[in-house]
Design a protein around this ligand. Structure first.
Ligand SMILES: [Zn+2]
Length: 403
């Protein structure tokens, strides 16, 4: 071993994978070196003298995946799933909870879930005081139907006390979730988001109010989640063109997030929007107690689905790493620049004959799947869980399919 190699003292080198790091403009075959939990170098031939070397030739080396729309206030809210389970299954290092908790019950989320988990968990705090309290397989009660349930001052105070983990305000808008209060709930949520200077994540559901009315109220940096929900009340006009209000919102800097969930991903909307070159900004799962069993399943599956819709691999990775990190204003995450925390997801892209399904039951024949290989959180290797719903098919050439 050369003196130079020894002096570098890397703890881990991932050797020879395709490194995809949108923030730093990297797409090529490189070694990634980790030291003391941080990215130490990206380059050629870094393995000499490293304590541990993993050959990841043929695999994709990405920043740790960030799922910007999840529900993981596990066991305290009926809709939430176990953050450890979902991180292991979808090769994710950062989970952002989308309003499971409100000001009235956030402390339990912080102390009993976030503080107990090795994964990075952030939250959009629901403008509704009890959070999403009535969501289960056969119970659905809206949390934003009454002004009394949305005390702005309580939401603001809770965020001021918890800026380390709370990254914005969440509101669900639409149909029975808001009832007669309708856009009034969105006004209150915007008042809170303005007061704390953070983004608002807004769920769009059934009308009223209309998709156009909701998206027109959002500010630059706010997130419209469930952006490609099926009609009625989708991002498309009856003639299939993208709504003018949607184009205007993008122009202002509003972000559009997939958030598949159980009701919010339709092929007709997605294919229509992509066909007019209207791409999402963010890919997320909206994983919860129902969506976790399909057809949304989790972030990795939703990424595969969009890959099969024609997005490129670098686009899909960027929308699930760099862009969500910037959307929650955590620029230290979602990239592999030297000095960044060594959150790394290693994936394989394999040939597959998996048949994908949207929330309306429409099916599409797939050709490719992303499968997890390894995950590192601050340089520490994390466990992975089996993906029982996907049967990858390795092509007849006998090796993995690469693009
Ligand atoms: Zn959700």
């Amino acid at each position: 071993m050369s003196e130079a190699a020894e002096a570098r003292g890397y703890d881990l080198v991932l050797k020879g994978g395709r490194v995809l790091d949108e923030r730093n403009g990297v797409d090529g075959v490189f070694d990634v070196a980790v030291k003391a939990g941080r990215i130490a170098a990206i380059g050629k031939d870094l393995a000499a003298g490293a304590r541990r070397v993993e050959d990841v030739g043929g695999a994709i080396v990405a920043p740790g995946l960030i799922d910007i729309h999840t529900h993981v206030y596990h066991k305290a809210t009926s809709l939430s799933v176990d953050p450890g389970f979902i991180s292991r299954r979808s090769a994710t290092t950062t989970l952002v909870d989308a309003g499971s908790a409100g000001a009235g019950n956030y402390d339990g989320f912080r102390d009993y879930v976030m503080a107990q988990s090795p994964y990075r968990i952030f939250a959009f705090l629901n403008i509704s005081f009890p959070g999403i309290f009535g969501f289960d397989k056969d119970v659905m009660i809206g949390e934003a139907t009454l002004r009394e349930m949305l005390p702005v001052h309580r939401c603001v105070a809770k965020i001021e006390e918890n800026r380390d983990r709370i990254v914005g305000v969440k509101v669900r808008i639409g149909g029975p979730v808001t009832g007669e209060l309708s856009l009034g709930a969105l006004e209150l949520a915007l008042e809170a988001a303005n007061a704390v200077g953070l983004p608002l994540m807004t769920h769009i559901g059934t009308a009223p109010p209309s998709y156009a009315d909701v998206v027109s109220m959002l500010r630059p940096g706010d997130i419209l989640t469930h952006c490609f929900r099926p009609a009625p009340n989708s991002a498309l006009n009856a003639d299939g063109t993208v709504l003018k209000a949607v184009r205007d919102a993008r122009e202002r800097g509003v972000l559009f997030d997939i958030a598949h969930g159980m009701g919010a991903f339709g092929y007709e909307t997605t294919e229509g929007a992509l066909g007019q070159n209207f791409l999402p900004d963010l890919i997320s799962s909206d994983v919860h107690v129902i969506a976790v069993e399909g057809p949304g399943y989790d972030l990795l599956h939703t990424m595969s689905k969009l890959l099969n819709c024609g997005l490129t691999l670098p686009q899909v990775i960027g929308m699930s790493t760099s862009r969500p990190a910037l959307a929650i204003r955590r620029p230290e995450l979602g990239h592999l620049g030297v000095g960044a925390p060594a959150d790394i997801t290693v994936l394989k892209q394999v040939d597959s004959d998996y048949v994908f399904e949207d929330v309306t039951g429409a099916k599409r024949q797939g050709t490719t799947l992303l499968q997890p290989v390894a995950v590192y959180l601050e340089g520490r290797q994390m466990e992975l869980a089996r993906r029982p719903f996907e049967e990858p098919f390795i092509g007849s050439c006998g090796h993995d399919h690469r693009h």
